[in-house]
Design a protein around this ligand. Sequence first.
Ligand code: AMP
Length: 224
Amino acid sequence: MPKVPTKLVSWDDIVEWSRGLAKKIKESGYMPDVIVAIARGGFVPARLLCDFLDVENLLSIQSQHWTEAAKVADRAIIKFPYKVDLTGMKVLIVDDIVDTGESLILARDYIMKEWKPDEVRIAALQWISPVAKLRPDYYFIEVKEWIWFQYPWTRLEDTYQFIKRMLSEEGKYKKEWSYEELKTKFMEWYDIDVGDEYFRDAIEMLVEKGFLSRIDKDRFRVKG
Ligand code: AMP
């Protein structure tokens, strides 16, 4: 059993899920004038929905809650608040996943209050129904047990943060690690294969950030 329940999501999955989500929106008869992507997770799905729903207007706002992969921060914030006038328009807010739902609730309330559109609906590829404080108007997949979805657009970020978290524990007892040992331990912890290119880049990033030092090409030391 992995320590953190994680599932690798491919680019093909994302296209398929976004197409399915677009179909549900179309079938409902809702025709948004503007799509608002919640940064950063909603970017790719929002862009694909623009294509599948033939919507030209795309805006974004950054509502941030999770600061590190699979670790929740205290509360959500609108990072760069700004105003646009959306009176007379129908809005579709798009995100990748509704987990706690807090970043979407904050973004929805901000958009309704400050941008004043006629109507707002919410779409997400996935909805974690047992924990979410909000049920999106449209979703493609209902997730019934909490899991971290390793989306393709956060592959490097998640991988280096996952390694860091793993070594914060495992590195207490063992300071020196070979590349292969790191990969084996990563599989034990997360049970996903992100591929060698991402794994090597993630280790490199931890070396750059000063968390690891390089002993030789394939050996590393946990600092501190
Ligand atoms: P939340 O406000 O808890 O609904 O989540 C805010 C954002 O964090 C989501 O839009 C995702 O980008 C990211 N996130 C939260 N939970 C997960 C998860 N279980 N798997 C992958 N990404 C997640």
